[in-house]
Structure formats: structure tokens, C-alpha cells
Design a protein around this ligand. Structure first.
Ligand SMILES: [Mn+2]
Length: 417
């Protein structure tokens, strides 16, 4: 079974008020050509189709036209769209029944039967070839906040719900898969391997994560969305990987943006992965790459080729003589050129306090209370200790939110989706 794995399109995203539809269209065109050439059995889009829950009509039209064109380029390819945390799950599902006529399955949220039990049939997708013979299974799971997974009539606490869902999904696929066909699961969340690598720690930062073994079993490939940096979470069998976003969403996403072609010869065999880089007609460029003095940066910017269309973040060292009119000066300087100036990043020398904070490991940071972290942040920003009164207020706010959370957990309301 051959799959194309993509996620985090963020259609409708704009950068410093610049419209990015040209780039988003360029990506959809490239995806069209890749699908036309590869003719995969499945195209998986693992969440964050749109950047906001209220995409403009132009953005929605780009999505509809783009998806339809991809379908026409390879009508036998089953397209599976799952919602991410940026999408409105309800809106994504509005034209779900219409899309079914074009071999497109849209999954916005956990499907429920009339009695609120999970409608597993909607999440276990049997993939067939053009003659109708089954060739594999996809366990398709959209983004759901962990505590919003089914609580099974209140018998599962908040922490148990997500792993229980993936476990049962896996069990049901295993039961169904008598011919031992390839199995793929999807998810949109931050996942780490069983041992955290340095690379992983860098990309997940302070995100809430789960380890890969909480997300079911018995699959050959776990197709992940959410983290924009393409990377393999688990190399050995079964493989779990992020395909990454096709376009950078901000200047710090300074790495190749890709989609992944996955080939699974047989259930139980290591899948073969091939990544294809997406070309952005307007790259996000930090210039100069290494922070320089203001005069130096201005001189270099004057040489910027007129037809080069990059977004530019100007990168300078903090020094005396930087006045508030710097933005205006740069805007004037770049007038008439096709590049898009976004902002000036002023690199400060790292202070002792910052150095102290940066030396803390994630584990050490986890040991600190929210109020302690607020105090560290305040000290770093304001250069002085947080006042007693503000500390008290923070403490109070924190206690109130914790109490609210506990009350919510103890209430017997049905799961909100
Ligand atoms: Mn995303």
C-alpha cells in the first residue's frame, strides 16, 4: 500500500499581514503533481487544513478547488482529511457527505452513535484497490483534547481517555484485519519516542506530549500532524513520523518543508519512507543570517535583488544608535523591490538571568510551580524581583484555575466535543 502523508497546510495563514495565498496555491499545485505522478492508494492530510476556524471564502475556495483537482489527477486515491487543533471540526464536516462522492473522507471529530457510544465504523477505514479488494486499513483520528476523548460513561478519568481510545481502535482493527493487511493510524498531537532525543526536545519545547506507546499498537505506520518540523519519532518497527508542514509558518521554522511518501509492502514489515521537499516561491529569510550591526545590515539590504520575492526578517545586534524610525528606514530602502519586509529582530547579548534560565533542563523546569516560572520571567523582562503584591495575585489566580479544573473533572457532564 502506498500513502502520501501530509499535514499542517495552514491555508489562510498570513505573515505580518501579507496574504500568502500565492504560496499556498503553489503548494497545492505541487501536491497535485506529486499525487498525479505517484498515484498513491491513500492521501492522508493529518490536521490543520486551515490556519483559523473561520477561513475566508477565498481560502475555502482554494481548498475546494485544490482538493477536487487532486482527486481528478488520481481518482482511485482515497483522500482522508482529519481535523487539527486549528480547524473548526464542525465546519470541516459541513460538506462531508458531498466529498464522499469524490473519494474524500472528512473526519472532524469523534463520531458518536445515538446513545453517545463511539461509532467506530467512522474511524476504521478499509482501503480497497480499484477492483474493490481490501488492501489495508486506516485508523483515522482527528485532533481531540485528551480529556474530550470518550469517557465511556464516566468510567475513565481524564488521563485514561486518550490511550483507551487508541487502544480500542487498535484492537478493533486487529480483529477486523483477518488477512493481515497493512495498518496505518493517524493523530494530530505532540508525540515523543520512548527515549527523548535531543532533536525532539528542541522541537517540542514546552508542549504537552505523550509517548508513542500510548497511541495504540499493531499498526505499521503512525502518521502524525501538529509539529511542523519533519522528523521520525520512532525509526524501528512500527514507524511513527511527522511529515512536517509544507510551508514555514514563521521565521524560526528554518528547515526543509516536506511531504512523505510511505510504502508498506506487507503488514509487519518496516515501511519505506521518501520525503519530497515543497518549494516555496517566497522563502522566509532571516537577513543577514548572522546578526550584524545596523549600518552593515542596511548596506547589505541595499544589494537585495529587485526580483527576489522572500519575506525578510532583518537581523541586527542591539547597539547604541538604533532609533524607532529603523522600520521606516528599511521600508523605504526596500521600496520597489519584490521582497516583503516583516520586522526587525534585535539580538540582545544574553544577560546573566537569561543564561541562568536557559541552563535549566526541561525536567528542572517541570519541577517549578507556575508562580516560580512567572517570577523568573518577570525578573528577566523587568530586571528586578516581582513585587509581593503581584506574586500574591499570581498565586491566587493559579489557585482559582486549579480549583475550577478540579470542579470540572468532578462534574458528571457528558463529554463536550
Ligand atoms: Mn499546525
Amino acid at each position: 500500500m502506498k500513502i502520501i502523508h501530509t499535514s499542517d497546510w495552514h491555508l489562510g495563514h498570513s505573515l505580518y499581514n501579507y496574504d500568502r495565498s500565492e504560496e499556498q496555491q503553489a503548494f497545492l499545485d505541487q501536491l497535485h503533481d506529486i499525487v498525479a505522478c505517484e498515484q498513491p492508494d491513500v492521501l492522508l492530510v493529518c490536521g490543520d487544513i486551515y490556519h483559523t476556524t473561520t477561513p475566508s471564502s477565498a481560502t475555502q475556495k482554494m481548498y475546494t478547488d485544490g482538493l477536487l483537482a487532486i482527486h481528478k489527477a488520481s481518482p482511485d486515491t482515497r483522500i482522508i482529511i482529519t481535523a487539527g487543533n486549528h480547524d473548526s471540526c464542525a465546519k470541516l464536516e459541513i460538506d462531508r457527505s458531498l466529498w464522499q462522492h469524490f473519494n474524500v473522507t472528512v473526519i472532524g471529530s469523534i463520531a458518536r452513535n445515538a446513545d453517545r457510544s463511539t461509532d467506530w465504523e467512522q474511524h476504521i477505514l478499509e482501503i480497497t484497490d480499484h477492483s474493490g479488494t481490501a488492501i489495508g486499513y486506516i485508523g483515522a483520528v482527528p485532533h481531540v483534547y485528551p480529556h474530550n476523548f470518550p469517557s465511556q460513561n464516566g468510567t475513565l478519568n481524564r488521563e485514561e481517555r486518550q490511550p483507551a481510545f487508541f487502544h480500542e481502535l487498535s484492537a478493533r482493527i486487529e480483529q477486523r484485519n483477518k488477512k493481515r493487511l497493512p495498518v496505518i493510524l493517524t493523530a494530530h498531537l505532540a508525540v515523543t519516542g520512548t527515549d527523548d532525543t535531543e532533536e525532539e526536545m528542541k522541537v517540542i519545547g514546552g508542549m504537552d506530549t505523550v509517548t508513542v506507546n500510548e497511541l495504540g499498537y499493531g499498526y505499521d505506520y503512525l502518521a502524525l500532524g501538529h509539529i511542523h518540523y519533519p522528523h521520525i519519532v520512532q525509526k524501528d518497527y512500527p514507524t511513527a513520523a511527522y511529515c512536517g508542514s509544507p510551508l514555514a509558518v514563521d521565521f524560526d521554522e528554518d528547515y526543509p518543508h516536506t511531504i512523505t511518501v510511505v510504502n508498506i509492502q506487507q503488514h509487519g514489515e518496516l515501511p519505506q519512507l521518501k520525503t519530497i521537499e515543497i518549494r516555496n516561491p517566497r522563502p522566509l529569510t532571516t537577513f543577514p543570517q548572522k546578526a550584524s550591526g545596523l549600518d552593515e545590515a542596511i548596506k547589505a539590504l541595499e544589494q537585495w535583488p529587485e526580483e527576489k520575492k522572500d519575506y525578510i526578517r532583518v537581523n541586527i545586534k542591539a547597539e547604541k544608535g538604533i532609533t524607532p524610525d529603523i522600520v521606516e528606514r528599511i521600508t523605504r530602502l526596500l521600496q520597489g523591490k519584490q521582497c516583503r519586509f516583516c520586522y526587525v529582530k534585535i539580538q540582545k547579548e544574553e544577560s546573566d538571568r537569561e543564561r541562568k534560565r536557559n541552563e535549566l533542563s526541561i525536567e528542572e523546569l517541570k519541577q517549578k510551580s507556575p508562580v516560580e516560572i512567572a517570577q523568573m520571567y518577570y525578573e528577566e523582562k523587568e530586571g528586578e524581583t516581582m513585587e509581593q503584591e503581584l506574586t500574591q495575585l499570581m498565586l491566587q489566580a493559579w489557585q482559582e484555575t486549579t480549583r475550577d479544573q478540579e470542579e470540572q473533572e468532578n462534574s458528571s457532564e457528558p463529554d463536550k466535543l
